[in-house]
Design a binder for this molecule. Sequence first.
Ligand code: NAP
Length: 284
Amino acid sequence: MSAKIIDGKALSASIREQMKGEAERFENTYGRKVGLAVIKVGANPASEVYVRNKIKACEEVGVKSFSYNLPEETAEADIIDIIDTLNGDENVDGILVQLPLPKGVNEKRILARILPEKDADGFHAVNAGGLMLGLPCTKPCTPAGIIELIKSTGVSIAGKNAVVIGRSNIVGKPAAMLLLAENATVTICHSRTADLKAHTLNADILVAAVGIKEFVTGDMVKDGAVVVDVGMNRADGKLYGDVNYPEASEKASYITPVPGGVGPMTVTMLIKNTVESAFRCKGN
Ligand code: NAP
């Protein structure tokens, strides 16, 4: 079998088009643009690229971005002050702090300071708890994008065996919770999982969020599985996924490429979260 490609770029473009319409509707109704504040501390090269992409996506959709490029040595108290100001700013609907933060800045305290209603990344404990309890909440962008990508195949998630490799707070765990909410039977695997292959071979839906280049080989993939590759691993000037694409695509029915799969969806879901927050704050 040669897998069909799940085109993250195309799906992302169509959701951005919808968001453009929604952002316009917000502006026409409330007399201002939807606003997203983006805080970057220090000069991490990968963060520079991510932040640039997020600001570009805002422009594309008609969301106003408020950019804060703070020097590496910025004190935690000063970042907190900025967040407090943005929490109270009526023109700001979403706040994003680009991770990782420099050493010495407590990431947990910073993320906890963002009002849950303005937490565009969905990392606040109130939103993580909401996801766990099945309450309305802002969902983390990458996992939300993963679900949209799977749904775009037309394959039903309900009743399927879904295996997530990785249990990070930003990808693995929330992806597993969202798959559970879609009525999949979910297994979460990690570095201490015994006989990983036995689990992955049982996966109708396989999500790889490991952070190791081409970790999932063809012999680990069940025939006909839907494979979502979250990995972004740079080597010899190229971007590689966590899945060995040539091998896995011989077994899978659908597969996301790297690049062009999960990556574009992450930024798009950030914009979607911000637009939805804006309407929610107005009681919609
Ligand atoms: P992370 O925090 O490093 O988590 C990696 C997970 O993989 C951990 O739970 C770890 O298990 C597990 N793992 C490591 N080695 C393993 C092994 N040999 N067998 C089974 N599990 C193993 O990474 P992350 O933040 O979740 O990101 C994962 C990947 O996704 C990275 O490549 C990252 O760059 C990429 N990513 C992409 C996007 C995007 O937009 N496309 C967004 C976020 C992340 P333990 O918990 O036991 O250590």
